[in-house]
Design a protein around this ligand. Structure first.
Ligand SMILES: Nc1nc2c(c(=O)[nH]1)N=C([C@H](O)[C@H](O)COP(=O)(O)OP(=O)(O)OP(=O)(O)O)CN2
Length: 164
């Protein structure tokens, strides 16, 4: 891509990484002989997420832009509004049915169900796929492509998902 432009978004959301288990899996050998902390991310907790989407093109439009930042903002606006102040929950999470019940009963939880464990990696792919679909629906895919999505979960942890 000769040109790349990026737009950032902020949203607050809760989640739980129900698949977290620090005692096995990739990297567990680094703490094999020490006591590992509790799997704290299986607890319901929240983040101030920072999302950065990058789109690129080899050509500029008649307005000398990859595309207007305004349009990138609006391609994602409705999704960001839906996810903001929500609780992102995997439909496969064993607590999902009860969370839905509580949300319905008390009306005190905006549930945002997804089909994956809501890690930063999986959420980055989710936003990437969503924006790609929006560009496709607008007939822009090809001319403009999503180059990468970066999702900051905390000030020290982020995930990136990019075009192959
Ligand atoms: N590869 C991933 N690892 C973890 C994820 C994730 O999405 N991908 N998520 C979490 C938790 O959601 C957690 O809130 C963030 O983890 P971590 O960076 O360990 O948080 P800390 O605030 O404890 O980090 P510091 O080391 O204190 O800066 C866990 N792992």
């Amino acid at each position: 891509m000769r040109w790349e432009i990026s737009k950032t978004f902020r949203f607050e959301a809760g989640h739980r990484v129900w698949k977290q288990n620090l005692t096995y899996g990739r990297g567990a050998e680094f703490t094999r002989n020490v006591e590992v902390p509790q799997n704290k991310c299986v607890n319901l907790h929240g983040h101030s997420y920072l999302l950065e989407v990058t789109v690129g093109s080899d050509t500029l439009s008649e307005q000398d832009m990859v595309m207007d930042f305004y349009h990138i903002k609006n391609a994602l606006k409705e999704l960001i509004d839906r996810i903001d102040h929500s609780f992102i929950v995997d439909r496969n999470d064993p607590i999902y049915p009860e969370l839905e019940e509580v949300a319905t009963k008390y009306g005190a939880m905006k549930v945002f169900p997804v089909d994956f464990c809501p890690t930063a990696e999986a959420l980055a792919k989710f936003f990437y796929d969503f924006l790609t679909e929006r560009l496709k629906d607008a007939g822009l895919l090809g001319e403009v492509q999503v180059v990468k999505v970066v999702l900051w979960e905390t000030s020290t942890s982020k995930a990136e998902y990019r075009a192959e």
